[in-house]
Design a protein around this ligand. Sequence first.
Ligand code: HEM
Ligand code: MTE
Ligand code: MO
Length: 607
Amino acid sequence: MMRTPLAQLAPAVTRVRTQWKGTLLPQTHAKNGWRNAALLGVASAGVAGGLSFVSCDKPWKQTLGSPVDSNLKVPHDKDLKIIGLEELRSHNNMEDGLWVSYHGHVYDVTNFAKIHPGGPGRIQMAAGSDLQKYFDVYHVHPDVSKFLDRTCLLGRLTAADAKRSYEETIFANPYENEPARNLQQTIATAPRWANLMGKYLLESFRTPIPGFYVRNHFPVPSWEDVEEEYEFEVLTASGGKSFKLKDLRPLPQITVEATMICGGAALYPRYLHRTDQRETWEKEEFPRNEINNNFWGSHAVWTGVKCRDVLRTCGVDVDGIALGEKPLPAKYLRLTGHDADETGSNFGVTIPLEKAIDPFGDVILAMTMNGEALPADHGFPVRVLVPGFAGVRNCKWLAKMELVDDLHESHVDTHTDEVIYPPDMNFEDDLAKVSLTGGSVQRAGRWEAKQDNSIFRVMEMPVHSSVIVPELHQTLRGAQLAQVLAEGLEVRGIALGGGGHRVARVDVSIDGGKSFTPAELDDHGMEKVHKRNYHWSWYFWSKKVPLTPEMKKQLQSGQTVELKVASRAMTEHGNTQPSRDDAVSLYNLVGNICNYQTHTPITLQPK
Ligand code: HEM
Ligand SMILES: Nc1nc2c(c(=O)[nH]1)N[C@H]1C(S)=C(S)[C@@H](COP(=O)(O)O)O[C@H]1N2
Ligand SMILES: [Mo]
C-alpha cells in the first residue's frame, strides 16, 4: 500500500461560494463590441470597488474580526490586548475562526487561509497553534510577521504563553523520511525544491539522475517494494478504467529525449511579487534573487507508453480525433497526482487534450529516465511526460487522468508554477487587503483577477537561455586574463526553445546587452534524433567573445574592466527573450515564466 504522508490532520476547508454568477452585464449590452468593452471596464471596476456585495446571491461572510486596514500602524506590544492561550486554541476551525500565534503575536488568519499560496488546508492545520513550529519545517517561507502585523493582528500572548504556544504545538515533520538527495542549490527542503548548480549542468548533456532538479509541492509518496500495487485510473465519457503496472507493460514502449524546466522556479527572481522587492528591482539595486548562472531544468531520456495508446484502450478514438474526423470529446486532460498536502489536497494540473493525443506530441506515461526506473523524487512508478510544456504539467506519481472541459481546481493549479496573473495585481493590495477586509476572494485556494480573462495558465514554455560560464562575480587575472586578451572571453551556456521550437540562434553579449555576437550551438545530435521539427531538447552553446579595442586599451593601461555577460536565444520564429531592462514587464503576481536576459557581472583585473 502507498505510504500516506500523514494522517488527515484537518477537514478539507469549506469552499466559499463564488460571489457573483455569470456575466455582470445585462444581455442587451452585448451587441456593440466597442461599447461592450467599455462597459466591461466599468463593471469590473465596480466589482473591485466592492460592489460585488450587491450582485451576489449570498453575501460572503466575514467569519471573525472586523475589517483591517493593511496600512495600519502596528501598535507597540504594550498597547496590544492580551489574549489567553485557551482563547487562541479555541479558534481552530472555520466557524470560530482560525487564529495563530507567531513571535508572541496573535493573528486572525481565517480569511487569509483562502489566499494562502501554500493552500488553505495548511493554515487550517496550523490554526490555534504557533506558526514557528511549522516554519521550522517549511523553510520555503519568507518572513511573514510584518505582513501579518499589518493585516490581521488581534493582540498578544504573555511571554510565558508565547513560549508554551510554541513548545506545545506538536507537528510531526511529514518530510522527514524523504529520499536522500545531493543537489547543490536548494530553495527549500520541505517541500523539496532544489537543483544542480549551473556549472555542473554543462558536464553532461543528459543530467545524471542524482543531479536532476527536484520540484515537489508535497511529501513524496512511496511505492518502494510495493510497486505492483500502484494504480491509476482513467475517466472518460464511457466510464472509468484502472491501470496497474502489469497493464502498461504489454503496451508498446517509446523513448523520448526531453528537457524539463520549471515554469515557477526556473526563470525568475522568486520574490519579485513582493512589492518591497519590486521597488528594489526598479531602482536596479536588488538582485539577490536574480537567478544567474543557472538553469532550473534538466535533461533526460525517458521511456514509457504513449498517453494516446492508453486513452485508446479506454475507448477514446485518438486517431479519428487527431485526423479531425471526430470532434474533440473534451478540451483538457486533467492529471491528478497521488501526492497531497498534509490535509489531503492532491496535486493536479491540466493539459490540452490535443497535446495528449497528438501523434507527434510525444506525451508518454514515463516509467524510466536515463535507462533506470524513475526515482521516487521524479514520480516512481509512473509520471506523465509532456515535452515542451512547463515542468508543472509533467504530473508525477500519476493517480488519475480525466477528460474534462474545465481546468483543475487544485491550489497548485492557481498559485505556484502554473498561472500568470495580470500586471496590476499584487499580493498586498489585491489579495491580502481585499480578502482581509471582506472583499472579493471568491473561492478557497483561488485568486480571482478583476477580469477573469486576464488570467492564463502556462502551457508551453517560452524561449530561454542562461549563461553558465563565467560565474557570477568572477575575477579574471594573470594567465586567465592573458588568455582572454588573446582569444576572447569564453562564454558558455544552455538554451531551450520551449514548446518544442528549435533554437535558431543564441547571441552573446559582454557589455550588458549593448552589442551581441552569435554563439556556436551544440545540439548533441538531437536534430537527427527528434527527426521532426519538434525539438524537445536543450542546446549547449559557447563563444569566445573578443574584447573591444577600448577594453584592451583600458587593461593595457592597468585599468580594471567590468563586464556584464548576457545571452539571448531566438527560435526559428524569431521569438526571443526580453532584455534585462525590460524584466519588469514580465512582472506577475507569482513570478512565473520570467525569461529575461540575466546579466552576469565579472571583473577583468590587470593587476
Ligand atoms: C498564516 C501565516 C502564513 C502566511 C502569511 C504565509 C504566506 C505564504 C506566502 C506569501 C507564500 C508564497 C511564498 C513564495 O512563493 O514566494 C507561502 C507559501 C507556502 N506556505 Fe505559507 N504562509 C503562512 C502559513 C503557512 C503554514 C502554517 C504552512 C504549513 C503548515 C505553510 C506552508 C507553505 C508552503 C508549503 C508554501 C509553498 C507552496 C508551494 O510553492 O508549493 N504556510 N506562504
Ligand atoms: N504529482 C506531482 N507532480 C509534479 C509536481 C508535484 O509536486 N507533484 N511538481 C511539478 C513541478 S512544479 C515541476 S517543475 C516538475 C518537476 O519535476 P522533477 O522534480 O522530476 O524535476 O514536476 C511537476 N510534477
Ligand atoms: Mo515547476
